[in-house]
Design a protein around this ligand. Structure first.
Ligand code: ZN
Length: 355
């Protein structure tokens, strides 16, 4: 499943129908009567359809489940759907398998309906939304914590001046307030003179955990997404301000969706490419990580509790702007595109604020 956090750009069908005075009846006899309208701007949890004639369409999972329950004559379908599929991504993740099972039921209902001649009109019911009708936010817009791994690819460690890889994962914290989504811009503060990109695989935690064994560590993963660990090198290196250099507002683009582990059989076998305004600048495979995901999680969980919605940035391969000759810093109007096989493509424009 490819989960997204999205915002409706238009009013819900129910809202549009009632405000025009028409009875709120979907075709094929499905009554939206009794359903509360979902307003413009409401944030919802969705699934991105990847194949078939509806590729790119978003399924509003809560609404899908409510329609399914209503067709089954449930008493309060919307309230039940809301409690099973909370709209807040952190609450959704904290509910664990309960929300995931409900999300899957909702998605299966939609997929099965597509093959039925007597299916309810899921577009009219506000369940299926064209991509143009929504704005995508980060799958986890405000994680509890973002833990980064420094120099986890040998070629990046070398280009940053390390002779040998570290003995254990070197972790740092990045402010959760830095997160932006796939449709937001990276805004570089005027005080930053050396902004740089770092394409990375992000791991989102789905279960509270301490002291994980390496072999079982991946069981706490809710899913994977693409990240850009944007870094102000002048603050990180020259001024020794690692935290600030990593934590400027908008310096943690995340998205476009959260891909659940059933679609990623091995997180250490994924191709990663970063393009800067069209030029390929990073290309690697996740098998080249010095510490694989399971080892990072096991190591970190010996010292701190991993919680649902925490994000682990697993490190960037060689090819960052700082290592190029001459150095290539992010410029106003640049577009950074990070693409990870089977996970997705994250694309953000760069804007520079005035100094
Ligand atoms: Zn990084």
């Amino acid at each position: 499943m490819r989960l997204v956090c999205f915002e409706r750009l238009s009013r819900d069908a129910r809202d549009a129908l009632t405000s025009s005075g028409t009875e709120a009846l979907g075709p094929a006899g499905f009554a939206l009567d009794g359903f509360a309208p979902i307003g413009r701007g409401a944030r919802r949890i969705g699934a991105l359809l990847g194949a078939g004639r509806d590729a790119g369409t978003i399924v509003d999972l809560g609404r899908a489940l409510a329609v399914k329950l209503a067709l089954g004559d449930a008493g309060a379908p919307e309230a039940e759907a809301d409690s099973l599929i909370p709209c807040d991504p952190l609450a959704f993740l904290a509910h664990g398998s309960r929300s995931l099972t409900a999300a899957r039921r909702a998605l299966d209902f939609v997929l099965e309906s597509q093959d039925r001649y007597d299916a309810p009109d899921l577009r009219a019911a506000g369940v299926l939304l064209p991509r143009s009708a929504v704005r995508l936010h980060a799958p986890v817009p405000r994680p509890g914590k973002i833990v980064g791994v420094a120099r986890n690819y040998a070629d990046h460690a070398r280009e940053r001046g390390d002779a040998a890889p570290p003995q254990e994962p070197v972790l740092f914290l990045k402010a959760p307030s830095a997160v932006i989504g796939p449709e937001d811009d990276i805004c570089v503060p005027g005080a930053v003179s050396e902004p740089d990109y770092e394409g990375e695989l992000a791991v989102v935690i789905g279960r509270s955990a301490r002291n994980l064994e390496r072999d079982a560590a991946l069981s706490v993963v809710a899913g994977y997404c693409v990240a850009d660990d944007v870094t102000a090198r002048d603050f990180q290196n020259v001024r020794g301000q690692r935290f600030l250099g990593k934590s400027c507002d908008t310096f943690a683009p995340l998205g476009p969706c959260l891909v659940t582990p059933d679609e990623i059989s091995d997180p250490q076998d994924l191709g990663l490419v970063t393009r800067l305004s069209g030029e390929e600048v990073q290309s690697a495979r996740t098998k080249d990580m010095h510490f694989p995901v399971a080892e990072i999680l096991a190591f970190a969980s010996r010292l701190l509790r991993l919680e649902p919605g925490d994000v682990i940035l697993t490190g960037t391969p060689g090819g960052v702007g700082a290592a190029r000759s001459p150095a290539r810093w992010l410029q106003d109007g640049d577009v950074v595109e990070v693409e990870i096989e089977r996970v997705g493509r994250l694309r953000n424009y760069v804007r520079r604020e005035r100094a």
